[in-house]
Design a binder for this molecule. Structure first.
Ligand code: ADP
Ligand code: MG
Length: 475
């Protein structure tokens, strides 16, 4: 079989400049992923897997070296080319799935293609087929909240496949799932691998999942090597999954509840209007911008029935590329009350940008699960904000819950800050709209432990700095 690499990294590094000095998250990694190949990247948490995936998919630029996609470095392409390639050639499967809560499974699968301006009706049969592939044909009209974690992940996988990408980048696709649900995801990926239509790169610390790959790489402190049997964790026979194409086809999915009578999805505009409505209603309430509501519904429907394809593409580009948002600062007082500020910034101020929201939420990881924490937004978002080139800050406060936090970095809490916002090019929200859902991850030092305790717990030297918080890439 003749193969050529679809992705090639040459001495690629990504070094974060932090206040405490540089952190080489990815350190001089050279690798080539061939078309149709399946590669697993193993390594402990913090070893650089997510950052490497982000580099491979052109989500960020290396600080040294280069990453080529189909023979050309990501960094030599125009922004438009990068967004087009990412939308059409790269299927991203992120750990939390990233489904839009207000859309049914089928609409979630269709969304990227619809936003790319393709007519919805022509896409429905393919989306149905993909839902069938992931064992959810009967659940096409379920909202994410009505699906289990494993089912949501499967919908996200169907969505990643919708554009028929040349490569799938999956970041911990079985993380947080029970053995059975993880087995279902693994079996689907094994089947895709057997078809060889797509290159698959999987970051994981799940040995059963890694077992389906043609090659396994081991990451440690940003360095990447071909894994030898000695470095790999053992695969337990109880969770080992079929790796041969034949047995991979015999996946048994959990059956749909009997009360659900499958019906074919309606294709009309009316049905779409219905499916968008709860989502929009939720947003409008969250933002307390009732006056904007009718405009939102009308524009969204119009956009979906393709009256403004180009505008939508611009809106998407604006929402995802021009609008930068991340954690700006974190402080904690002596009563363990934390204040987090998130900044919004317009990187192309000549194009006006207006944001409804954001609404923010905080979750803390404990025993491998995300627990939400009640928090207060310090200033209530009054309708739409105009975002300029200076940072717009939105703050929220929460009390750091007591407990022992030793899972990843000893003495640090792993915190996720979720942000939901709608981006518009007009101040009254009547223009084109794009929903953006972000998750920012930080490690926050447990305020109830002293710096010395944290140094000792991690085996750091006496002079090692113990930052209050450490930003993580989205993972
Ligand atoms: P993995 O996915 O294997 O858990 P990551 O790629 O998320 O690893 O992180 C690799 C390393 O880079 C970690 O040590 C992490 O703390 C560090 N890191 C990631 N993002 C940032 C950032 N924005 N600023 C500083 N350090 C970071
Ligand atoms: Mg990661």
């Amino acid at each position: 079989m003749s193969r050529s690499p679809i992705i090639k990294a040459r001495q690629a590094s990504l070094t974060y400049a932090t206040r405490r000095g540089p952190i080489a998250a990815v350190d001089s990694v050279s690798l080539a992923i061939d078309l149709g190949e399946c590669v697993a990247i193993l390594g402990r948490s913090g070893s650089g897997k997510s950052t490497l995936l982000a580099l491979l998919g052109g989500l960020c630029a290396p600080t040294a070296g280069e990453v080529c996609f189909t023979g050309r470095p990501w960094t030599e392409r125009t922004a438009r080319e990068v967004s087009h390639l990412r939308a059409s050639q790269v299927g991203l499967l992120l750990q939390d799935g990233g489904l839009l809560p207000g859309l049914r499974a089928l609409d979630n699968v269709l969304l990227p293609a619809v936003l790319a301006g393709r007519p919805r009706a022509s896409l429905v049969p393919r989306a149905e087929q993909l839902l069938g592939l992931v064992g959810l044909a009967d659940r096409w009209d379920a909202y994410p909240a009505e699906l289990s974690g494993g089912q949501q992940r499967r919908v996200a996988l169907a969505r990643a496949l919708a554009a028929e990408p040349a490569v799938i980048l999956a970041d911990e696709p079985t993380g947080d799932l029970d053995t059975l649900a993880a087995g279902e995801i693994t079996a689907i990926l094994a089947r895709l691998r057997a078809d060889r239509a797509t290159a698959i790169v999987i970051a994981t610390h799940d040995p059963a999942l890694a077992a389906i790959a043609d090659r396994r790489l081991w990451m440690e402190r940003g360095r990447c090597t071909e894994a030898s049997a000695a470095t790999l964790p053992p695969v337990s026979p109880a969770v080992a999954l079929p790796v041969s194409p034949e047995s991979a086809r015999e996946v048994a999915f959990e059956p749909a509840p009997v009360a659900l009578v499958p019906q074919r999805p309606a294709i009309g505009v009316e049905a779409l209007g219905r499916s968008w409505l709860p989502f929009l209603a939720g947003l409008a309430i969250a933002a307390a911008a009732v006056a904007v509501f009718d405009g939102l519904v009308a524009t969204k429907q119009e956009a979906v029935v393709e009256t403004a394809r180009v505008q939508r593409r611009l809106a998407k580009e604006m929402a995802l590329q021009d609008l930068r948002a991340d954690v700006d600062e974190v402080t904690v007082d002596d009563r363990a009350e934390a204040a987090v500020s998130v900044f919004l910034q317009n990187y192309r101020p000549e194009r006006p940008l207006h944001v409804l929201g954001p609404t923010l939420e905080v979750a803390i990881q404990r025993d491998g699960r995300w627990e939400s924490v009640s928090c207060a937004l310090e200033e209530s978002p009054a309708g739409i904000r105009t975002i300029g080139s200076d940072k717009t800050l939105v703050s929220l406060g929460f009390r750091v819950p007591e407990g022992s936090y030793d899972e990843l970095l000893r003495g640090y809490l792993h915190i996720r800050i979720g942000a939901a916002m709608v981006v518009s090019d007009r101040p009254d929200g009547t223009g084109d709209l794009f929903e953006r859902l972000d998750a920012y991850y930080i490690y926050l030092r447990d305020p109830r432990r002293t710096e010395d305790e944290v140094r000792r717990a991690n085996g750091w030297g006496d002079k090692a700095t113990v930052p209050l918080w450490i930003a993580m890439p989205s993972h």
